[in-house]
Design a protein around this ligand. Structure first.
Ligand SMILES: C[S@@+](CC[C@H](N)C(=O)[O-])C[C@H]1O[C@@H](n2cnc3c(N)ncnc32)[C@H](O)[C@@H]1O
Length: 218
């Protein structure tokens, strides 16, 4: 393996451990790089009335910067005919932005009850509560049969665990993952996005679900 490839793998693994490890809901919210003019930043603090949590999160909460959210939605070319699911939706910024900027019907799936309450309040404040819903549930138990777009910001091993489900979605369904790929399922596109104030670019991966599952991925 070439030295450059080895360095690339080490960098990705460090980002996984430094970027996503040990980040609580509250820490991530205070660290969030929400631009002041974004719909999320303009929302007021919700008064959470959480329901009991179904299970432990597989991934800690860390929000995608808003510029990167927009790049994810543009990469998937989301539009008003789409049905988008964000698996592990955090404060709801991906479904809310999809509805607000592109008229998409969107669902956020989130296991943390506090974040679900926060997302519903954010959708209300952003004026898109009629197009966006939030399910408090485990993303592995979610019915994605009507999805045309799926967005992810999870972890490498969670992407791999989800891969068989994603490969069985309707052919043509578009998938965008922030930061992490799908192993042997090679992306149709990979782009780097620079967000203001960040020293490193963000990597986005894009796949289109094929008509038949390649033999090596079965
Ligand atoms: C890295 S954050 C991404 C948040 C959002 N998608 C974004 O990009 O800003 C991952 C989210 O997944 C949620 N999560 C982790 N495991 C989950 C599971 N099994 N089911 C549903 N949500 C989960 C976490 O609570 C967290 O909010």
């Amino acid at each position: 393996m070439r030295l450059q490839s080895i360095i690339g793998i080490i960098t990705t693994l460090s980002l996984a451990s430094v970027g996503l490890a040990g980040c609580t809901t509250q820490q991530a919210q205070s660290n969030s790089d929400t631009p002041e003019n974004s719909p999320i930043a303009q929302t007021q603090e919700a008064t959470p009335t959480p329901q009991p949590q179904e299970g432990k999160p597989d991934v800690p909460y860390l929000p995608t910067p808003n510029e990167v959210v927009e790049a994810m939605l543009e990469l998937a070319k989301v539009n008003s005919n789409d049905v988008l699911y964000d698996l592990g939706s955090g404060d709801g910024r991906i479904p809310i932005t999809a509805a607000q900027k592109f008229g998409t019907r969107a669902t956020g799936v989130e296991i943390d009850p506090y974040l679900v309450e926060k997302s519903r309040a954010n959708a209300q404040q952003a004026g898109v509560a009629d197009r966006v819903k939030f399910l408090q549930q485990d993303l592995f138990k979610t019915d994605l049969s009507d999805a045309t777009v799926v967005t992810l910001y999870l972890l490498p091993h969670i992407n791999l665990k989800l891969r068989p489900t994603l490969l069985r979605l309707k052919p043509g369904t578009r998938i965008v993952s922030h930061a992490f790929n799908m192993g042997d399922w090679k992306p149709d596109r990979e782009i780097q996005v620079q967000a203001p104030g960040s020293t490193r670019p963000y990597t986005l991966y894009y796949w289109v679900v094929p008509r038949s599952i390649p033999r090596e991925l079965q």
